[in-house]
Design a binder for this molecule. Sequence first.
Ligand SMILES: [Mg+2]
Length: 311
Amino acid sequence: MDGLRSSNKTNIECLLFDLDDTLYPMSSGINMACRMNIIDYMIEHLKIEESEVPRMCLDLYKEYGTTMAGLKALGYEFDNDEFHAYVHGRLPYETLKPDPILRNLLLSTPQRKIIFTNGDKAHALKALSRLGLEDCFEGIICFETLNNTPFEPEDIDDADYVKVDNNTVDSSANFYLDEADELGFFTATTETEKADTDYENNCEGGIAKSPILCKPSVEAMLAAIRIADIDPNKTIFFDDSVRNIASGKKAGLRTVIVGSSVLVPGADLALSSIHNMREALPEIWEIEGEGDNLEHQVMQQSTSVETVVLA
Ligand SMILES: [Mg+2]
């Protein structure tokens, strides 16, 4: 907590959020269903012996950050989009409900807000839409962002869900939108970003190298910081993963472990629920000299929340 309260008035410029099990609770069952789908994919599509799959999943997750990254590192060849469609396509999204409390909290914060997820774009779109948070963020850094997969907007049925709402973006951040596509997704600046990503050194944080760049490697954290053009010292990173928090701290971010009542290594603060943001982090709303503006924003959000509830 001390790390987040090192100054009187806030110098927090950005809030960087993980998505799954951070913006909604693990009790939704999405996480478990996702794991089961990965297991099924390995058995059905990669023809891996069924008895080996559960242990292999866990080992690869531990060693490479995600099971997918581990499979690629081992040389398994499969299409990334096909994998994501299979793993996320059958998730019980109906368990995710609109969260007007979180929506109100997010929209009342004056900082830039960005999603940083290992998930793919389609999953991020669908989950945020189900939560009613699709217009709460400036942009999304996702699997495709870090791994530079060409993106065709027409492939996404619900492409409108994460359009950047320019009314919520501070004009001083307009340069940033140049880096995002029309949906608010960020794309690594191809050659430059790729060159900066030294996979040979992608063993920081105890994560082995893989062709896939993902959390919790420190490289992925640094890439996200570069792509979003944020100052890590002025950014609070929210994530439910102990590993991600540890590497986020190594990358210089202020860190909040979500879904935990106790601090973990590298965490500045622990939040049992993201709903406790305002009580635990009042400094987010304490902008010196911007009281009138903030009050205006909060009033605006009250209207927005009502709209969601009525819908
Ligand atoms: Mg998570």
